[in-house]
Design a protein around this ligand. Structure first.
Ligand SMILES: [Fe+2]
Ligand SMILES: [Fe+2]
Length: 178
């Protein structure tokens, strides 16, 4: 491909974030397997979908790079945490990953602002919004697991987790959400 049209610091951040999204997918896959093994099939299914979403996020960044004639640099991914003491620990792990991911997105955006890279800024607007949503469900998940104090309420929560986390007060305002 020809000479990169993206400022070097923005390119570094976009590549880093591309790999961070892949790494998040890796972690959600591990979370899904752990939940499945613990018979939390609802959580397993939810985390599996999150893994696919994170792949889609990585592809969104990669497509932006390719549109701007730069090859994405796929790196080595660290092994994700694969074992947890409890469902609460698993949920907290997801929450802390999303918090870290938000910081990553903001770092890309700050680089794009500093370099006046308008296309990358617009790309990051989508991700900044997406992270508000990701932090919303991951916090709600932690709170709901914390509130489910007996075995019966945990398995009930497992059965309905996907619907519960998807339900939003003003859902009709966010039809464009992905
Ligand atoms: Fe993501
Ligand atoms: Fe995420």
């Amino acid at each position: 491909m020809s000479t990169p049209s993206i400022p070097a610091n923005v390119l570094n951040e976009l590549n880093r974030q591309y790999n961070q999204e892949l790494s998040a997918a890796h972690s959600y896959r591990a979370l899904s397997f752990w939940c499945e093994a613990q018979n939390f099939k609802g959580f397993a299914c939810f985390f599996d979908k999150q893994a696919e979403e994170e792949i889609a996020h990585a592809k969104r960044i990669a497509a932006h790079l390719i549109d701007r004639r730069v090859l994405p640099q796929t790196g080595t991914l660290p092994a994700p945490k694969h074992d947890f003491q409890s469902l609460l620990e698993a949920a907290r792990h997801a929450q802390s990953m999303e918090e870290i991911n938000t910081k990553g997105i903001h770092t890309v955006y700050e680089a794009a602002l500093a370099s006046k890279d308008y296309p990358a800024q617009v790309l990051m607007h989508w991700f900044i919004n997406e992270q508000v949503e990701e932090e919303r469900w991951s916090t709600e998940m932690v709170e709901r697991v914390q509130a489910a104090t007996c075995a019966g309420s945990l398995s009930d929560l497992d059965r309905h987790i996907e619907r519960l986390l998807a339900e939003k007060l003003f859902a009709d305002l966010e039809k464009d959400d992905e």
